[in-house]
Design a protein around this ligand. Structure first.
Ligand code: ADP
Ligand code: MG
Length: 247
């Protein structure tokens, strides 16, 4: 592979829950400036992997590096400050807050106090509105998050991730439970944001989306990579067919 700059890298990463080895010695490199995908059967450890690299859970062993820097076991807010943003498999929004308020509390984990007025907050409101326009739900800014569709909530969550101005974005099943029209919009946004220089690492089951968006794909099975490469390389890999289809 020519000219690969490492983004997120793990070495020998492992995590067990009781008797379940969720992540099993995973050594993986994702590529800076690219759209990377992490795919694999249900239960193969993808979300756990995201939880470890974003500091939500500690690994039993192994290391996580981001652009060459060791970030293993750092607290989530410090990993966020290093430039990594993420979304969740089951969308995380505040149901009883408005769409706009959801973005204002997304700025920082302790962001509630920032709802009180100041010029800095006015700038954040402007930025939140700009991002709502960008993801196409600005007409919903006054709606409660619980009253918008699930796909719109996913777009809201993505806008929330962008509020932190991450240059590397991890998305856990962005198209899961989302209607086809909004899946198309999410795909377009990923392409645009990547063209602006952001790196993506996307866990997704929608293979049309994965194959059309990704530059580099890592395939997990039972907590570790079994294959990686371009979409066409991965699609032809017998190990991938076996893990997915049992052939
Ligand atoms: P994926 O996202 O690829 O579907 P997960 O990382 O969610 O896989 O899960 C990997 C394995 O670890 C599964 O067997 C799952 O049941 C188990 N697991 C994940 N999180 C926990 C947890 N908090 N407690 C116990 N088992 C867990
Ligand atoms: Mg998952």
């Amino acid at each position: 592979q020519q000219d690969v700059r490492p983004s997120l890298q793990t070495e020998g990463l492992s995590k067990a829950f009781g008797g379940v080895q969720a992540v099993n010695g995973a050594t993986v490199t994702f590529h800076e400036g690219k759209v990377n995908a992490l795919i694999g059967p249900n239960g193969s450890g993808k979300s756990t992997f995201f939880n470890i690299v974003t500091g939500m859970i500690a690994p039993d062993s192994g290391t996580v590096r981001f652009r060459g820097q060791d970030i293993t076991r750092r607290a989530p807010h410090r990993i966020c400050a290093a430039g990594i943003g993420r979304s969740f498999q089951l969308c995380r929004t505040f149901p009883r807050m408005t769409v706009l308020e959801n973005l204002l509390v997304a700025v920082r984990p302790s962001g509630l106090g920032q709802l009180v007025g100041s010029s800095r907050n006015r700038r954040q409101v402007e930025r939140a509105r700009e991002l709502l326009r960008r993801v196409g739900i600005d007409h919903l800014e006054g709606s409660l998050a619980q009253d918008i569709s699930y796909g719109q909530q996913k777009l809201l969550e993505l806008a929330g991730v962008l509020m932190g101005e991450p240059d590397t974005i991890l998305l856990d099943e962005p198209a899961g439970g989302v209607n086809p029209a909004l899946i198309g919009r999410i795909g377009t946004l990923v392409k645009e944001l990547n063209a602006e220089g952001r790196t993506f690492i996307i866990v997704e089951h929608n293979m049309d989306m994965v194959m059309s968006l990704s530059d580099h794909i890592v395939v997990f099975d039972r907590g570790a990579p079994i294959a990686e490469g371009t979409p066409s390389e991965v699609q032809q890999d017998p190990r991938v067919l076996e893990a997915y289809l049992g052939v």
